[in-house]
Design a protein around this ligand. Sequence first.
Ligand code: ZN
Length: 84
Amino acid sequence: MFTSLAFAFVILLLVAVYYGYGIVIRKPPSAEELNTETCSLCSRRVEKRLMLERQVGDSRLFYFCPECIRDLYSELQQSAMTSS
Ligand SMILES: [Zn+2]
C-alpha cells in the first residue's frame, strides 16, 4: 500500500518537474515567427506584411494570405457570373 502511494507520488513529481521544465525552456518567438502569421483559411505561415488582417469582435483576429484572397476573389467572380 505504502509503496504504491510513494510510487504515485514520484510519478506526480516527475510530471510536475517535466511540466515546469517545459515552461522554462519554452523559447521566445524567433524573428521568423514574429514576422509571419498563420493564415486563418489554409493554415500556411506567410509573411505578415503580405497578409490581410481582420478583427472580428473584441479579440478574434483573422489573417488571410494572398493565395486565399485570390481564391476568394475568383470564387466571388464565378458566383457573380453564374447568378447574373
Ligand atoms: Zn491562406
